[in-house]
Write a protein that binds this ligand. Sequence first.
Ligand SMILES: [Zn+2]
Ligand SMILES: [Zn+2]
Length: 153
Amino acid sequence: MACTDSLTTRLARAATHAAGHGLAWTRLRRQVYQAVLSAGRPIGAYELLAALEPLVGRRMPPTSVYRVLDLLVRHELIHRIESKNAFVACCEIGQPHQGQFLICERCGETVEIPGSELAHQLSASARALGFELHHQVVELTGLCAHCRAGAPG
Ligand SMILES: [Zn+2]
Ligand SMILES: [Zn+2]
């Protein structure tokens, strides 16, 4: 249940999750997921289209890819990072959670923070205020440990 697992393990986990949730794991869905997964960091839709080309064997129409991305987000296989307009593979597939991420402003490294207490608090607060929540991703930006070590001062 971690991002340190191999790509093969994570691909297999995604397929199992899809099967368990009635999501047909079509070739294109698998390829799109694989492209997001292999990026290892948030990948934008255009970059994704380019990454898909060698996998699929041809240039996909953007609308088909957007549809698949939406579907993968809805099934919590990937998360959408609003601030970067990009997508990243979920590290905790099958765990009930909302995305919460540490995003490095310098190198773009993005780490999903495990746990769901904070997310529960936020959604409960929203409900208490009569707010209907459609999308909840917490994005914390700053410098990762690696970039801090290399940063002057
Ligand atoms: Zn996740
Ligand atoms: Zn960094």
